[in-house]
Design a protein around this ligand. Structure first.
Ligand code: 5AD
Ligand code: SF4
Length: 458
């Protein structure tokens, strides 16, 4: 039987069993935007099965927790939530609970869930989300526990996403990672790099643009390595140019880029394409060559700075953001100082710092780490203090300028204000009403803080 026929059979069997019963699902995604995008695909499948959605887990007939494994704290949080769901299941025995996402791809975690969390009905791996209807059907037929953590070579191309936002959309363009940075679990839970076909991506973006979408975020663990697995050179810059040619008033963003693939062709494409945002998120991780080598990052501080200088020569104001890992095993004070020096030199508009988290199964997990946790926390505070002072100073450069902002939401901090993002990925707040949400608004910047700028509608 073809996959399509099997899907149809499962769908009609589920419909028969559930008949008129309520079908409300609570789907919660943790972690990165790729995982959020998988969550939207899971919702797409459930919608086809007749499910509606709720944000209130106590009302749900089906709960799916789409998990993240990048740091231990994220896993602990999910285990806490799974634990608390035992009560919900006692109150409603017909409730079905499924766990998906990166945590499930680690067999010791799936086994732990199976053994110790009896309230869970099924576990499904990152590339097996198309198995969810089948697993669900088995549960409805009375099976106690189901699991599918196989690695399938399937991009779920035909699965429609239930997108949480009408004016911003994520479009995954590649999956997996070949880099094996020594601290990182991703290559073990997401498999090797697989790029989607350019035609499929173009068709999806054309559709989104035709629907009036204002911001399209291209996603991949190493988005700028797109096409390397297809043996195509410069496939990512070429993709950007092709997407830039699609009709419509929208911005193209992409995340995350690996510095080793930040080529001249990529930078040229960013500057040449008017729809591509003038912002690059380029994870540095550490500003010390020894640490970078121990991390297996495959670039040096000098090479990274060469890329930054090349960009800033063309536009001194170009917006850069980065990820930093603080306290990689046995990072010395001198090595940490190297990171502070690069932060000081580059003046990122924003940084996303993380304290190193030991991930079992990775190379770095085998290193005996002598650095104390208190020392790591102290370094984190020093890093954040430095970045706050840099942002406070560098955001002042926007005062008096005009910015085109995509209005996204009401401000959480100021009544009567709307919060949005500028083309440079800077948070902008301005006085305005909610009817502006989802539109581009031109504002003049009148004030700057260390996390956002304040504008006035022109
Ligand atoms: N510990 C801390 N941070 C990590 N990251 C990835 N793995 C770990 C880890 N084990 C961070 C990196 C990456 C970001 C998405 O998460 O900075 O760029
Ligand atoms: Fe993890 Fe490195 Fe791959 Fe990024 S490039 S997903 S940090 S292994």
């Amino acid at each position: 039987m073809t996959k399509m026929n099997t899907d149809n059979r499962i769908f009609s069997e589920i419909n028969q069993i559930l008949d008129d019963s309520p079908r409300l699902a609570y789907v919660r995604s943790f972690g990165c935007q790729l995982n959020v995008s998988d969550g939207e695909k899971i919702k797409g499948m459930l919608k086809k099965l007749g499910y509606g959605f709720t944000e209130d887990e106590t009302r749900a007939d089906l709960i799916i927790l789409n998990t993240c494994a990048v740091r231990e704290s994220a896993e602990d949080r999910v285990f806490g939530i799974i634990g608390s769901m035992k009560k919900l299941k006692e109150l409603k025995p017909s409730l079905i609970i499924g766990i998906s996402g990166c945590m499930t791809a680690q067999s010791h975690i799936s086994e732990r869930i199976k053994k110790s969390y009896r309230q869970v009905d099924f576990v499904v791996g990152t590339s097996a989300i198309r198995s969810i209807p089948g697993l669900l059907l088995d549960c409805l037929k009375g099976r106690k526990f189901g699991m599918d953590i196989e690695e399938y070579d399937d991009f779920s191309e035909s699965v429609e996403q239930v997108r949480s936002c009408s004016f911003k959309a994520s479009v995954p363009i590649m999956f997996g990672c070949n880099n094996f940075c020594t601290y990182c679990i991703v290559p073990y839970v997401r498999g090797r790099e697989r790029s989607r076909r350019q035609e499929d991506i173009v068709a999806e973006v054309e559709q989104l643009a035709a629907e009036g979408c204002k911001e399209i975020m291209l996603l991949g663990q190493n988005v700028n390595s797109y096409g390397n697995d297809l043996g195509e050179k410069n496939a990512f810059p070429r993709l950007l140019r092709r997407l830039n040619g699609i009709d419509g008033d929208f911005t193209i963003r992409f995340m995350s880029s690996h510095p080793k693939d930040a080529s001249k062709e990529l930078i040229d494409a960013i500057f040449d394409c008017e729809k591509v945002a003038k912002h690059l998120h380029l994870p540095l991780q550490s500003g010390d060559n020894g640490v970078l080598e121990r991390m297996n990052r495959r670039y040096t501080v000098e090479k990274y700075l060469e890329t930054v200088d090349g960009i800033r020569r063309r536009d001194p104001d170009f917006s850069l953001t980065t990820d930093i890992i603080v306290g990689f095993p046995n990072e010395t004070e001198g090595e940490f100082q190297g990171t502070l020096d690069v932060i000081e030199r580059v003046k990122f508009d924003n940084i996303y710092p993380f304290i190193y988290s030991r991930r079992s199964g990775t190379k770095a997990a085998e290193i005996q780490d002598e650095t104390r946790d208190e020392e790591k926390s102290a370094r984190m505070r020093r890093l954040l203090d430095l970045q706050h002072s840099i942002s406070a100073e560098s955001y002042k450069r926007f005062i008096g300028r005009r910015m085109r902002v995509l209005a996204e939401d009401v401000s959480k901090k100021r009544k009567g204000y709307i919060a949005g993002k500028s083309n440079e990925f800077i948070i902008v707040e301005f006085e305005g009403d909610t009817s502006l949400i989802g539109q581009f608004v031109d504002v003049e910047i009148i004030d700057a803080m260390n996390w956002a700028v304040i504008g006035k509608i022109i």
